[in-house]
Design a protein around this ligand. Sequence first.
Ligand code: HEC
Length: 254
Amino acid sequence: MKKSDTFHLNLPSFSISVRTLFSGYLLVMGIGFLMAGAQILLTHGMADGKLGVSVDDIVYSYHGNRNSSKLESKLKGSMKDKANALDRMILIKWAREGAKEEEWKKVQPVFEGNCIQCHSTIPGLPTFGDYESSAEVAKTDMGASIDSLTRVSHIHLFGIAFIFIFVGFIFSFAVGLSQKTKAVIIAIPFIFLIVDIFSWWITKSYPGFAWFTIIGGFGYIFAFAIMIATSMYQMWVLPYNGKVYTSNEWDDSQ
Ligand code: HEC
């Protein structure tokens, strides 16, 4: 079969080098999303002590568990198996009584014996090496701080938008879908990303909004999966089915 001499701007008609370039990117982004999913399961997913992301997890992560401290909820959750019942009780009692500095001498050995082997080596975790940082975790759990929300929000907005623009760019060359359909699919991740990030901020004060975090997250992962799967199929299956695709997908009149 000889392809037409004119250049067609669509996924099945691209040269093998362009298709390889696009596919490499999509593949790496797909793996990246899986890793991000695994990380969410391991951090937020464990916030209520049970595996799997639930509304409670989101509430604990952003709004906090305001009857308790992070130290106490972790010792009843994902850190439960890290110390025996007596040691856990000593730490929880210390937290409930206001994490007093006079008592630090009593609890320090407990942290040292059970916790610091991990906490002093894994970056981003409280180290339990001194009084101040340990007391921080033992205070009433008010959820994510404005500080960390601002940091994580801007990283997500800038970083994820970058992923979406290239994935959407590749998908914009897909054949067989109306321009309107493609426009909607391309818009979804951006809209849900904004919903997702805003929901963190609102959930910090109003725990009822935790649902939006889950809806937002699923929304953009869903649109992302459709774009990757469609693009890969059109780049690596359609070119070999003997048909010639003549559309110019960047021309609105097509
Ligand atoms: C085997 C390694 C390990 C040991 C031992 C360990 N931790 Fe952890 N800890 C982690 C990891 C990994 C995380 C992050 C994931 C999570 O939140 O479950 C974490 C998270 C935490 C958090 C939440 C930190 C945050 O800012 O979100 C607290 C509080 C905590 N651990 C307390 C303890 C205490 C108290 C002990 C000792 C009784 C302990 N951990 C022992 C690995 C460990």
